[in-house]
Write a protein of this length. Structure first.
Length: 256
C-alpha cells in the first residue's frame, strides 16, 4: 500500500508530466523558430549581424529585419529594377494580395494598386538623395531617399502612423517635415529605414539584401513586432524573388 501511495503522490499536481514538459519544449522551439524567421530569412550570420549602409540613421533599433537572395546576374542589371521602385513608378514588386491589403486596410481605398512593372522604365531610372517616393494613393504614405549610391545601395526612410496613412501635399516642400513633426508630437508613429544593398559575387552573380530598422511609439507597438516580422518575411521574400526574376530574364536598358 505504501508503494502505491508513493506512486500516486509522484503523479500529483505538483509534478509535471512528460507530456506537459514535451509540450513546453515544442512550444519554446516553435516560438524561437518564429522569432528567427521574423527577423531574418535567406541570410548568413555575417549578413544578418553585419553592418549595412543606412544602419547609422537608426543606431539603436527596436526592431530589425534582414532578408536576402542571390540573383544570377550583375548588380548593374538588378539596380535598374531598384531605381524605378515606388507607387506610381515601377511598383514594389510585391504580391497583389499585399497591395490589396495595404490599399484597403491602411489607405482605405478599394481600388487595387497599379500592377508592378514587368519592364524597365527609362523615365524613373534617376534617383537622388532627398527625393520623395510615393507609397500609396495621393502620397498617403511616402519614403524619403536618405542615401543612394548606384549600383550599390538605396536607403529609404519613412515616418508614418502604424495604422493609417499620413498624406502630404507634394506641392509644398515643407509638408513632409510638418507631417513628421506632427506624428512625433502625437506619440504614435513608426520611424524606419529600408535599405536595399547589392554585393558582387563570383560568376556574375549578386547578393541582394534588404534590411528594415525601426523605432516606434508607444511601446505597445512592440506587440506587433513578431506578426509584422512574419508578414514581412512572407511578402519581403516574394518581393526579392520578383526582382530577381525580372533582372535575370529581362534585358537591361541600352542593350543592343
Amino acid at each position: 500500500m505504501g508503494g502505491v501511495a508513493a506512486h500516486e503522490a509522484g503523479q500529483g499536481p505538483g509534478r509535471l508530466s512528460a507530456a506537459a514538459i514535451g509540450s513546453m519544449v515544442v512550444g519554446w522551439l516553435l516560438g524561437a523558430a518564429a522569432r528567427r524567421v521574423s527577423t531574418r530569412t535567406g541570410v548568413s550570420d555575417a549578413e544578418a549581424y553585419g553592418s549595412l549602409p543606412g544602419d547609422d540613421l537608426i543606431a539603436h533599433p527596436m526592431a530589425e529585419w534582414t532578408r536576402g537572395i542571390t540573383v544570377s546576374t550583375s548588380a548593374e542589371r538588378v539596380w535598374q529594377w531598384l531605381a524605378q521602385m515606388g507607387y506610381g513608378r515601377g511598383g514594389w514588386y510585391t504580391p497583389q494580395w499585399v497591395d490589396l491589403l495595404a490599399n484597403r486596410w491602411v489607405f482605405g481605398h478599394r481600388t487595387p494598386f497599379p500592377r508592378s512593372a514587368n519592364r524597365l522604365l527609362p523615365e524613373y531610372q534617376h534617383i537622388a538623395a532627398g527625393d520623395i517616393i510615393c507609397d500609396g494613393p495621393d502620397y498617403a504614405s511616402y519614403f524619403r531617399v536618405a542615401r543612394v549610391e548606384p549600383p550599390r545601395y538605396l536607403v529609404y526612410r519613412s515616418i508614418r502612423h502604424p495604422r493609417s496613412g499620413s498624406p502630404i501635399d507634394i506641392n509644398d516642400p515643407e509638408s513632409p517635415s510638418k507631417i513628421e513633426k506632427r506624428l512625433r508630437d502625437s506619440g504614435t508613429y513608426v520611424d524606419f529605414t529600408w535599405a536595399l544593398v547589392l554585393h558582387d559575387l563570383p560568376r556574375r552573380r549578386t547578393r541582394l539584401l534588404v534590411r528594415t530598422r525601426a523605432i516606434y511609439s508607444p511601446q505597445a507597438v512592440r506587440l506587433l513586432a513578431l506578426p509584422l516580422g512574419l508578414f514581412d518575411a512572407t511578402y519581403g521574400v516574394a518581393m526579392l524573388r520578383a526582382i530577381a526574376r525580372r533582372a535575370e530574364t529581362i534585358g537591361p536598358l541600352g542593350a543592343s
